[in-house]
Design a protein around this ligand. Structure first.
Ligand SMILES: [Zn+2]
Length: 68
């Protein structure tokens, strides 16, 4: 279990640490508070990694048919 932070509501919670599509990045976990998938490990800092997570979130949204 690792700490996650929700990008939408800022909620911090613990979740499973598993790799996203066999990459070195941790797969986002659904926020227990607002239900958003736009979450990332709370240790993540820096513009580059944020960009990576933006791409991951986009592909998750696509997979769910959510074009929001
Ligand atoms: Zn949230």
């Amino acid at each position: 279990m690792i700490k996650f932070v929700c990008d939408d509501c800022g909620h911090k919670f613990e979740g499973m640490d598993c790799e996203y599509c066999a990459s070195v990045y941790t797969a986002p976990v659904k926020c227990p508070k607002c239900g958003s998938w736009h979450t990332m490990p709370s240790g993540i800092k820096g513009f580059f990694k944020r960009k990576i997570y933006n791409m991951i979130w986009e592909s998750i949204d696509e997979r769910q048919g959510n074009t929001e």
